[in-house]
Write a protein that binds this ligand. Sequence first.
Ligand code: GUN
Ligand code: ZN
Length: 645
Amino acid sequence: MVEFEIKNRDCAGRICNLKTKHGNIETPTLLPVINPNKIIITPKEMKNKFRAQMIITNSYIIYKNDGLKEKALTDGIHKLVDFDEPIMTDSGTFQSYVYGRVDVDPVEIVKFQRDIGADIGTILDVFTLPDEKYETAKKNVEETIRRARESTEFKGKMLLACTVQGSIYPNLRKTCAEEISKLDNDFYPIGGVVPLMENQQYDKLVEVIVSSKMGLDPSKPVHLFGAGHPIIFPLAVALGCDFFDSSAYAKYADDDRLIMPWGTLKLDELDELPCSCPICSKYTAKEVKSMDKKSRFRLLAEHNLYISFNEIKKIKQAIKDGNLWELVERKATSNPYLMDALRVLEKKKYKKWLELFEPISKKRALFYTGRHTIHRPIIYRYHNRLFGRYEIKYSKAVILPESKKPYSRYYKSILQKLPSEIGIIVDAKLGPVPIELDEMYPIAQSILPNKVDKETNLVLKKVLKNFLENIKILTLEDAFRENSLSKKWEKKFDLEHVKATICMQFGKNADKPLLKGEIKIVKSKSTGKIRNIYSNNEHILSMRASDGLFTLKIAGGRRLHKFFKPPNLRVVVGNECRDFILDGKNVFSKFVIDCDPQLRPLDECLIVDKDDNLLAVGRCLLNRIEMLSFNYGIAVKTRESNVKK
Ligand code: GUN
Ligand code: ZN
């Protein structure tokens, strides 16, 4: 079974560790394509100069060349290409696309890859074109599944890559993905996308990636076959692709073209090399142009590799910072076809899928980049939770315009004067914000321009209208005139802030069990922010200053556990790890039996055994489908276990 675990995540993307016979790989990563017939930049250089962790080469080319074949079978593929790091091989499928056919048996080529010692080998999937008829695409999918099944038996110790085909038909992609996932193989490329890349049909490409991912086992590495241009890397990673291969570096170099993060440049048309890689720093455009073909090719290939690997680094940093969507959106503004691709993700079914993987909070503030921003999964979730979890306790409200944050501080003088039965809602640029929620991620932690685009305004208008459906709107003057014997807003603001945040995080009515009897809210002396919540002298919650969200203490966990029936908020673990969890150890995914489908990465949760005994409280690192499929890595970070002190 393939050892693959999540280390870090953002969007539906992830940084993972993959174990191979020749060492560990950190994804997302790029595999340079090595043509065994003409090695221009050697695999060793790929490693030492560009930090390539793994290369990919073609077993069919080796198989078809008697000399190479014999050497590969006797010495192994690693000796043949002189590389001691992990090597992936492809099967000849791509040759069948280029030349119309290949001359090898599907099982034979898998056995060959195994016998030459490939770390990852690939089935001979049936390459299916984007413009293929549905019926033919369906037949090709069936044949690909049949070959995957047949090949599994012969993979030996090699990790086997089973490619998803299905042309541009989302249902075929999903079915193909589901069927090959049942075979419990190791590695899942998404194939047949080269023509989409070449024609910049990124909208179709996105649909192909998402529908394939929706059917694939989330615990397996995913490779986007033949997508070597970095323009697509951020979006593909955000959708859950872990591996890329690049023959593009050589193909573009051969064509005298420079790969750039935002597109491609022709050397002929350049007076300057607008890049700071070692090549472009050393030479002028004129110098490169005047070189002979071979030297020019070599330099351009190196430039292309520097750019491509650098883009992967940017993506990894963005995952760690939690701003991968921003990178995706920024990239989209540099290419109209990518803008079309982002549009596709606005379809409800894709938004829903993306939201499953989106972490609850991030290290950095949310930055608006343009009209796409309002469609981000984190905002979609905010709206969903607002409608599904936040309880509107007032029948009248005033609407205040977007302001400096936190809103409650900016609007303090209004809070002081209004009676507490009147709601205060900020018409914010991310959607309506009841003023009690003003510190929660991403409300306080977002930066938007004073004027947003028309499309965002339209979305905001619609959401606000729905939210206000049963609320009477008062002007501020009317609201001040309302006679009331009750307290003013300011007096009960802290309690309402705590209640509303609890409901958004733990579900509707979660405030009922948590806030019982005497409530004590402890604030930081230096910042004035809420720190700890006590109910009847029990410490039930703490609030993180960075994202305004609660961490759950075991006393709070006990109350939620008693109040909410399973599966609410629960992660169920096998009884064999009870003592470990009670001892404060983290929950590994392989021990998870079930999980509340509403839990998301970084949500607080209850860890229970099969009989629903509460063992601990913790923080999810994975969502339900991931917890149920991953065999390696941590599913829940245990915070506090259920032992009486
Ligand atoms: N290389 C580029 N596209 C493909 C594909 O669809 N399948 C395989 N096996 N290799 C590829
Ligand atoms: Zn350069």
